[in-house]
Design a protein around this ligand. Structure first.
Ligand code: ZN
Length: 162
């Protein structure tokens, strides 16, 4: 019996992500497919929602609006920081780990570098963009107890633990 995509299933997909300007932002075609645990927020919410109930062999074009993708762009989530606080190789688009208001770990990205000021933003580089996915479903299987506990897929294409 075919297993449809649902929470608690490990799903293998090939995908291509195209932005509204026609540029390809990311894709797995031509490389290793993506393996993720459905229902564990491993992928953007809008894509996860549109993959629910799909089967092996299904091909779909999923248009994910920004607010179900990497979020709307929030201009308040920007901050200027002295360049001296960064490693010398700092460049636009680079990601850094920092601590948020409640000390929770968060990722920030370098938006601009002007003189000795680096502007960082908590907005993902693809925030404010519609995401146009083309997806092919390659494999669906039940997650193991460990995968469910960890919230991600193990094995080929998934996480490896030592
Ligand atoms: Zn794990």
């Amino acid at each position: 019996m075919k297993l449809a995509i649902a929470d608690g299933h490990v799903v293998t997909i090939h995908y291509r992500l195209t932005l509204d300007d026609g540029s390809i932002a990311d894709q797995s075609f031509g490389g290793d497919p993506l393996v993720y645990l459905h229902g564990a927020q491993n992928i953007v919410p809008g894509l996860e929602r549109q993959l629910l109930g799909k089967n092996v062999g299904d091909k779909l074009d999923a248009i994910v609006p920004a607010n179900e993708g990497y979020g709307d762009y929030d201009p308040a989530a920007e901050q200027a920081v002295p360049k001296s606080q960064f490693p010398p190789e700092v460049a636009v688009g680079m990601a850094f780990q920092t601590r948020g208001r409640n000390n929770q770990p968060m990722t920030v990205w370098v938006r601009t570098i002007k003189g000795d000021k680096v502007t960082i933003t908590a907005n993902h580089p693809m925030a404010g963009q519609n995401l146009n996915f083309h997806v092919e479903v390659l494999e669906v299987r039940r997650a193991t107890a460990d995968e469910k506990k960890h919230g991600h897929a193990h094995g080929p294409g998934g996480h490896h633990h030592h």
